[in-house]
Design a protein around this ligand. Structure first.
Ligand code: CA
Length: 226
């Protein structure tokens, strides 16, 4: 197992690298954000440990870039910050685990092992159904390479259907997952939004992806998996 450690504080990186090498892991060390990116781009690491406070390229930016390059590699973030907001932002950007400084090396090693045991995560940030692409990270939707602008609710509905192609969802299921508890709207809200979605993602194209199953509900499918 080969890992990349991006950490500018030499004392910390020396100690972390030593603790990991004692566990027989191969460890490359980068001392700033740019060096970290160069190495992450050049090698397919089994795991990346990333300090957020870095000179050059900020850790947050590096995290996003690494995630864009690889959906699979587990990323453990190190930081002095303990703000929940920052944590949430970084988990959204693709961190798999978090360790707040100062930490015990035993805990770091334990978390590294847990992440490696989990293996490559099938994060599937981009859902694909035929020529439709739904990027859950950027929330951008494309069909046949063409960008399609959706409202937030249209997007949420499409993402929900696209996560399980071929499956048919009842209107009740869709309302429960796409709308929240404050929803007290029309009972035909799902039909209304499906109509909006159809106009944008199906009408301009020859192959229709949104299926209506009479008396049951809606689903997203290609001809092969319908
Ligand atoms: Ca630092």
């Amino acid at each position: 197992m080969r890992m990349l450690l991006v950490e500018d504080e030499k004392k910390v990186s020396d100690l972390v690298a030593r603790a990991l090498r004692a566990e027989r892991y191969a460890v490359d060390v980068a001392a700033d954000g740019q060096a970290g990116w160069d190495m992450a781009e050049a090698y397919d690491y089994d795991l990346i440990i990333l300090d957020l406070m870095l000179p050059g390229l900020p850790g947050e930016e590096l995290l996003k870039r690494i995630r864009r390059k690889s959906q699979q590699v587990p990323i453990l973030v190190l930081t002095a910050r303990d703000a929940t907001e920052a944590k949430v932002a970084n988990f959204e950007a693709g961190a798999d685990d978090y360790l707040t400084k100062p930490f015990a090396f035993a805990e770091l090693v334990m978390r590294v092992k847990a992440l490696l045991r989990r293996g490559p995560v099938a994060r599937a940030s981009v859902l694909k159904v035929a020529d439709l692409e739904v990027d859950r990270f950027t929330q951008q939707v494309r069909r046949a390479g063409r960008r399609i602008e959706l409202t937030p609710k249209e997007y949420a509905l499409l993402e929900y259907l696209a996560a399980s192609p071929g499956r048919v969802f009842s209107r009740t299921m869709i309302i429960e997952h796409v709308w929240d508890q404050s929803f007290e709207g029309l009972t035909n809200i799902v039909d209304v939004y499906v109509r909006h979605l159809r106009a944008k993602i199906d009408d301009p194209f020859a192959v229709k992806l949104i299926r209506t199953v009479r008396g049951v509900g809606y689903g997203l499918a290609t001809e092969q998996n319908s």
